[in-house]
Design a protein around this ligand. Sequence first.
Ligand SMILES: Cc1cc2nc3c(=O)[nH]c(=O)nc-3n(C[C@H](O)[C@H](O)[C@H](O)COP(=O)(O)O)c2cc1C
Length: 189
Amino acid sequence: MDFYEVIYARRAIRKYKADMVPQDILLKILNAANWAPSGMNMQQWEFIVVSGTKKNQIGESYARFSESYTKDWDQARREMFLRFASDFGGSPLLIVALTPASQDDSIRKMHLESVSAAFENLLLAACAEGLGSCWMTGPLRDDAGIRRILDIDDDQEIVAVTPLGYPDMAPTAPARIDPELKSKVRWVE
Ligand SMILES: Cc1cc2nc3c(=O)[nH]c(=O)nc-3n(C[C@H](O)[C@H](O)[C@H](O)COP(=O)(O)O)c2cc1C
């Protein structure tokens, strides 16, 4: 796929085939993440590739955690949400993105921007390899659960999570709110 095709083709995938991602492909997309720009060239991101029991535990913990704050939701929406929370759409893998925690707002912001750039690289590379992903921050509500299950220290911030695997759905692209970029871009001379 051409670079722009990848950008337009990437979708949030919420249903996956069970097939495992080959290790060489996994390394290829993790390497793409590692080639992102970073503030002060610190390349400070870290990724945890989670599968098997640990992945199931994260899903169970997130779904349990979500039960209370979704209790007033419409039933169909709630069931769909809790199902996706519990198994991440059946993906064989979950990738967790981390960055060093910082009490300094400007350093923290810089780190978050760097790891986000790396995470987007990862998602785009995954798409280019025919894989699906779904950038998720919802599971961070259960930050404590993820930390306990993956043994993550307080000096690391958990930034985002994505399931990873071969898509078992083909969502249509959501329309752009401002396709002509009239209010998104301001040109100044
Ligand atoms: C910062 C961020 C957080 C997100 N968190 C979640 C999430 O917790 N759960 C989820 O299902 N999707 C999540 N998404 C995916 C968005 O819902 C999705 O990107 C958006 O609806 C646009 O669809 P597309 O990715 O197919 O273009 C998140 C995306 C971003 C960028």
